[in-house]
Design a protein. Structure first.
Length: 317
C-alpha cells in the first residue's frame, strides 16, 4: 500500500477567483515580469529520509521593481486540474471563462513536494513578504529583508551556456556556495539568495542538504506575468502561521475548505478530490486507512531539517 506522503489532496471550488501567478493589488505594488528563471529545488527536509529529499520545480520572475519566487510544480498541477475540470464539466468551464468572473474555480492542492509559499522581494523598499495558503485562506507574512555578505572567489565554470563565477555567503544558518553570471545582470537568484553582480544560476549549502539547480532562463512575452501582492491576504506572523499549518496538517480534509468566503449569488460547487501518486482517486475511507497505516509503519515524513536553521525573525529553530 502506498505511503501517505504519496497522496495528494485537491480542493476544487467553482465560484470564486482563480489562484495563480497573477494577483490583484494596489498600483504601488504592481509590476510586470521581464524575464523568468527556472530552478530545481532539492532539500533533505527529513534526515530520516535522506534518499527521498523534497524535489520541486521553482520559478523566479524578475520585474523592474519586484521579484516573485514560487512553485512551478504547483502552477503545472493547477493547470492540469483546470484542464481536467473543463473536460469533465464544459458548461461550468465556459461560465468561468470571463476574467474575474464570479463563477471561476478556486483550486487548492495539498500534495508531496508542492509548496504554496510565494516570496516577493521589493529591493527599492528593502522589503520581503511571503504569501502562503492553507486551504482557501491566504496569509501574508512580512520578514526581514535578506542581507548576505558575499565573498566573490576566482573559480569559474559554465552553467547552461553562461560563464559563471563562484561566491560564498551565509543566510538562515547555512553556508552557501553560489554560481552567478554577469551575462545576465540581475542581482537576484532563487529563494532569498540575492545581492551579487549577476544572476545566481546555482547554489548549494555546505552540508549538501539544500541545492538550487539551474533549469532555464527566458524573457517574458510583452504581456508578462503580473507581480503583485494579493489584496485578500490576512496579515500574520511566522509563529502564528506555523501554528495554523500544524493544525491544518492534522486534518487537511476537514480544513481544506475552511475560511472560504462565498460571494453572494455565486454558483459554488465544493469538492475535495483525493488522489494517489498515480492519479487514481481515493475515497475518504481509503485515504484514512492509508494514512493510519503509513503512520504505524513510520513512512510519513516529519520534516526535522528546515531550510532556515536560524530564522532572522524568530531566532534559532
Amino acid at each position: 500500500m502506498m505511503a501517505i506522503r504519496k497522496i495528494s489532496v485537491a480542493a476544487i471550488l467553482a465560484g470564486s477567483s482563480i489562484f495563480g501567478h497573477s494577483f490583484s493589488s494596489t498600483a504601488q505594488e504592481s509590476d510586470v515580469a521581464l524575464a523568468h528563471v527556472k530552478y530545481q529545488f532539492v532539500h533533505i527536509d527529513d534526515t530520516n529520509f535522506r534518499d527521498n529529499p523534497h524535489r520541486e520545480d521553482m520559478m523566479l520572475y524578475i520585474g523592474k521593481d519586484v521579484t516573485l519566487y514560487n512553485s512551478f510544480s504547483l502552477a503545472t498541477t493547477l493547470a492540469k486540474m483546470k484542464k481536467d475540470m473543463a473536460e469533465k464539466q464544459p458548461g461550468d468551464a465556459k461560465k468561468a471563462g470571463a476574467p474575474n468572473g464570479r463563477n471561476q474555480p478556486r483550486l487548492f492542492v495539498n500534495a508531496p513536494n508542492i509548496s504554496h509559499e510565494v516570496l516577493y522581494l521589493f529591493p527599492k523598499e528593502n522589503r520581503l513578504a511571503t504569501v502562503n495558503r492553507l486551504g482557501m485562506t491566504t496569509y501574508i507574512i512580512e520578514q526581514a529583508y535578506p542581507q548576505i555578505d558575499w565573498k566573490i572567489g576566482t573559480e569559474v565554470r559554465e552553467i547552461g551556456g553562461y560563464q559563471c563565477q563562484q561566491a560564498t555567503g551565509s543566510i538562515g544558518g547555512r553556508d552557501y556556495i553560489a554560481w552567478f553570471t554577469t551575462e545576465l545582470p540581475f542581482p537576484y537568484g532563487p529563494w532569498k539568495l540575492r545581492g551579487l553582480p549577476g544572476l545566481i544560476l546555482e547554489a548549494e549549502d555546505s552540508k549538501k542538504e539544500v541545492a538550487f539547480h539551474y533549469a532555464g532562463f527566458d524573457k517574458e512575452p510583452p504581456t508578462g506575468t503580473v507581480l503583485a501582492l494579493p489584496q485578500d491576504a490576512i496579515p500574520t506572523t511566522a509563529k502564528e502561521y506555523a501554528k495554523a499549518k500544524a493544525a491544518f496538517d492534522k486534518n487537511p480534509m476537514g480544513n481544506a475548505l475552511r475560511g472560504h468566503n462565498v460571494p453572494a449569488g455565486a454558483n459554488v460547487q465544493r469538492k475535495i478530490v483525493l488522489k494517489d501518486q498515480s492519479g487514481r482517486e481515493l475515497s475518504p475511507e481509503e485515504f484514512t486507512a492509508m494514512r493510519e497505516m503509513a503512520m504505524r509503519e513510520g513512512k510519513i515524513k516529519k520534516p526535522n531539517n528546515p531550510l532556515e536553521l536560524v530564522d532572522n525573525n524568530r531566532g534559532t529553530r
